[in-house]
Design a protein around this ligand. Structure first.
Ligand code: ADP
Ligand code: MN
Length: 500
């Protein structure tokens, strides 16, 4: 007998590196998703959802969900058999390879924990979050049962027997199920890709995903929003930026399971901002969120995908604050993972023009300037925020006034770089309006003081900047010593130390 005990023999089917590889897991998932939703991927122009395929995609999704459910049950049964088979034996045989749901691609509940946990502004620690209704409740439209469809559906069900023998189709064959061609084909596809996937677990292969407007996961999210009736149709793409893609949609009905909040009316037109999940572009924005203490505890533990969700979350919270202060901005409709739905600024699918693109009369220009000055002050004092990307690109002209958008990067003034961001905003704003012929427009330093009430007296740009950085450092040192920020909401007392 070996003094160290019998070795536990768990046969490894593939290398640990393979199993641990995020890349591989993602690849497999993408492949599976595109195989499972073939007609979605086939829509060449992108993820637009038209009225015609709503019904089938809903069936499809139901079928997909049932399959997942079945796979999970199958695995549970497998585990029981494995246990029974091995009994008390010191040497055990692993059934791992026969599992349907692979540990790295199951949409784990951990992954599902998203905005629902933080829909209250984390800055304001108020009453605990109510537990929202969980997840997606598929609500398939009534299946139209024309006679030949019934027959055809039954045939399809029977044909499932022709899938590869390892592919478990459940006991559906014995039942009077009617599968539409679309659903049948999707399941068949799924069966094939499942086969191939099992084979491919052992060999890693280069896999290039064609750049589409949005990834399959996002497409599914958008589908759910349309299927649920919350959105009527998604008409098209308004903007493709480095960090986000924005779509226009017509609003639908309020749907209960999307949120447990009080009755909400979906605006007639919505903008859907999809934060890009390609990570590289976000790397350089780390500094905004990493140092935002509202997100400090969470940042270190998060994977990049979750960080991107946090951008969406941040935009939601910031918009809500602005809304509460009465600043013209999009109204939040719903946040789902990295997809933010808000009211559309514009009309009949035409987004309101950016300030940089609109030709204003000198009177309107002056009006716009004073409005922007006002909004910057409100943002700072009432919302405790600095926009941090304020320029003529992120201000829309609509209904005779300026609307602020794009606030995912906005931070609180006590953010370690908050005042620098504010100064940059001021520079953009004052340059734009001065060039636009507004003679009353304050210069950037005057504007900075007018917004922040800080009274920095430096005469030139360089000294001014230096004073700003000194103030930021002062606050950081205070944080180091006392472990907390000095400034909170004005209503909470405690002004920033530099406000004294
Ligand atoms: P990005 O980070 O890509 O700049 P933005 O939030 O600025 O994201 O959105 C990009 C563009 O999409 C905007 O310049 C604007 O034209 C349009 N857009 C965004 N949100 C809305 C909205 N709520 N209503 C109308 N247009 C919008
Ligand atoms: Mn923008």
């Amino acid at each position: 007998q070996c003094p160290w005990g019998a070795p536990k023999a768990a046969p490894m089917s593939c290398s640990l590196a393979d199993v641990m590889s995020e890349q591989l897991a993602k690849e497999l998932q993408l492949e599976e998703e595109s195989a499972a939703f073939p007609e979605v991927a086939a829509v060449a122009e992108g993820p637009f959802i038209t009225g015609e395929n709503i019904d089938t995609s809903s069936d499809l999704m139901l079928a997909q969900m049932l399959q997942m459910e079945f796979d999970r049950e199958y695995d549970a049964q497998l585990r029981r058999e494995e246990k029974k088979f091995n009994g008390d034996s010191k040497v055990s045989i692993s059934f791992e390879n026969y599992r349907k749901v692979h540990p790295f691609d199951s949409d784990s509940s951990e992954d599902e924990v998203d905005w629902q946990d933080t829909r209250h502004d984390p800055y304001r620690a108020d009453k605990p979050t109510t537990t929202p209704k969980k997840g997606f409740i598929g609500k398939g439209k009534d299946i139209t049962t024309k006679h030949d469809e019934v027959v055809c559906g039954r045939k399809n069900t029977a044909r499932m027997e022709n899938f590869a023998p390892e592919f478990q189709v459940g006991d559906g064959i014995g039942m009077d199920l009617k599968l539409s061609n679309q659903v049948f084909n999707a399941l068949k596809q799924h069966a094939y890709s499942e086969e191939r996937r099992s084979a491919r677990l052992h060999e890693k292969k280069e896999h290039s995903t064609a750049e589409k407007a949005v990834d399959p996961k996002t497409r599914l999210l958008l589908y759910k929003m349309v299927n649920s009736g919350m959105l009527e149709t998604i008409t098209g793409c308004i903007s493709t930026g480095k960090e986000s893609v924005v779509f226009h949609a017509y609003g639908g009905k309020y749907v209960l399971y999307f949120t447990t909040e009080e009755d909400k009316v979906i605006p007639p037109e919505c903008a859907i901002k999809v934060f890009k999940t390609t990570l590289n572009e976000f790397k350089n924005r780390d500094k905004y969120i990493k140092d935002d203490y509202r997100f400090k505890d969470r940042f270190s533990k998060l994977n990049p995908r979750k960080i991107i969700r946090m951008w969406a979350e941040k935009e939601m919270h910031n918009l809500t604050r602005m809304q509460n202060a009465g600043i013209p901005c999009p109204q939040v409709v719903i946040l789902k993972k990295h997809v933010l739905v808000m009211s559309f600024i514009g009309q009949d699918q035409a987004p309101a023009p950016k300030l940089k693109d609109v030709k204003l009369s000198s009177e309107d220009m002056k009006k716009a300037y004073y409005q922007v000055l006002n909004m910057m002050q409100q943002l700072y004092k009432e919302c405790n925020l600095v926009h941090a990307d304020l320029s003529e690109y992120n201000m829309l002209w609509h209904e005779g006034k300026v609307w602020l958008i794009d606030v995912s990067q906005s931070v609180e003034p006590t953010h370690p770089h908050g005042l620098e961001f504010l100064f940059r905003d001021c520079r953009n704003v004052s340059q734009f309006f001065q060039k636009g012929g507004v003679t009353e427009a304050l210069n950037e330093r005057e504007l900075f003081n007018a917004v922040s009430n800080l009274n920095i007296t430096a005469e030139n740009e360089v000294d001014f900047q230096a004073e700003i950085e000194a103030l930021e450092k002062m606050n950081e040192d205070h944080v180091q010593k006392h472990g907390k920020k000095v400034s909170t909401f004005p209503s909470d007392g405690d002004p920033p130390i530099w406000g004294e």
